[in-house]
Design a protein around this ligand. Structure first.
Ligand code: UD2
Length: 307
């Protein structure tokens, strides 16, 4: 089978690409390398790179039949979506519409989409089940939600089978630590590795459902190969169902970096931050047979080992 991965040179996309290749599939990565890097990709005879923005892709860019497309290319930043909403709209929503058009023109039977827990906004009812009302509180969350709705609307018309996975907090090797808006784990790991202090916004009791990137790659692979009815639409949470507070996270990281002796600073809570987040993963478990393999401690050890 041959799969296309948009954003395949990025953090999550490169792990998916690796996983698909390791299972014997052929992969075409579409990436404009705006945030992805060539060094994230392996040298592999079954891998092709189309260095292009998905928005400008034409059907004749693809020479062989495609069994499924995983659409991960995006501007994955809440802050960027506030600062440059039109650019984020192009990269997060118009790009999805282009992918749907390509599915139509190239008769691609399966679309798997990287959605986000950001579609839920502030939920007080935990764990979060997919049936709760969505209420995005950022342009980014809105763009992910409308992308899901576009795909659901078109899939019936096109006989396309659509799976949207709402990622919770993904971490692991190749996540960029260099922006203040990067994931907290990549920021803390970089600081501890280099002996710098870390800053906790709020009191550290806030919790997140952190999922290791290799588990995300496994779930995406299952979604790509799962037999599904043509024209069907499925939306699932993708997390571990477990939560970790920032203080617990720091304790685990201290065991990974025993030589780290710098400070933990506490600063005001970040505006717009949610307090707690936890996925209900019953749906992805029962329909796709997904079960996370890495505990937070194991994932963190994998991440530290990769440095
Ligand atoms: C996640 C997603 C974001 C969006 C949002 C929706 C990531 C990286 N971000 O944001 O894209 O989907 O969920 O709810 O997955 N923190 C510190 N110190 C730091 C950095 C962060 O204390 O140096 C705190 C931060 O204030 C927050 C927690 O760590 O309470 C997690 O922050 P994050 O940026 O990793 O992820 P989150 O859940 O805010």
């Amino acid at each position: 089978m041959h799969f296309v991965v948009t954003g395949g040179a990025g953090f999550i996309g490169s792990h998916l690409t690796e996983k698909l290749l390791s299972e014997g599939y052929r992969v075409t990565v579409v990436d404009n390398l705006s945030t992805g890097c060539l060094s994230n990709l392996p040298n592999h005879p079954q891998l092709k790179l189309l260095q292009k923005d998905i928005l400008t892709c034409q059907p004749d860019d693809f020479s062989e039949p495609i069994d499924g497309i995983a659409h991960l290319a995006a501007t994955p930043s809440v802050t960027a979506s506030w600062l440059e909403p039109l650019a984020a709209h192009d990269n997060n929503l118009s790009a999805t519409v282009r992918v749907i058009e390509l599915c139509q023109m190239l008769k691609i039977p399966k679309l798997v989409f990287a959605s986000s827990a950001a579609v839920y906004g502030n939920q007080t009812q935990l764990p979060i089940v997919e049936s709760l009302p969505t209420h995005p509180i950022s342009p980014y969350g809105l763009q992910k939600l409308v992308s899901e709705e576009y795909a659901s609307l078109f899939c019936q018309k096109l006989g396309l089978s659509f799976i949207g996975l709402r990622f919770f907090n993904v971490y692991g090797p190749r996540q960029m630590p260099d922006s203040p808006y990067s994931g907290v784990i990549s920021i803390f790991v970089k600081a501890m590795k280099e002996g710098f202090p870390i800053t906790i916004y709020g009191n550290g009791a806030q919790t997140r459902d952190f999922i290791y990137v290799k588990d995300v790659a496994m779930a995406l692979t299952k979604a790509l190969i799962a037999p599904r009815e043509p024209g069907s639409s499925l939306i699932c949470n993708l997390g571990t169902g477990k939560t970790t507070s920032l203080l617990q996270l720091v304790d685990i990281l201290k065991t990974c970096f025993p030589e780290w002796k710098s400070d933990i600073n506490f600063a005001a809570e970040r505006i717009g931050d949610i307090r707690d987040s936890q996925a209900d993963i019953s749906k992805v478990s029962s329909i796709l047979g997904f079960a996370p393999q890495s505990s937070i401690a194991a994932g963190m050890a994998g991440l530290v080992e990769s440095l």
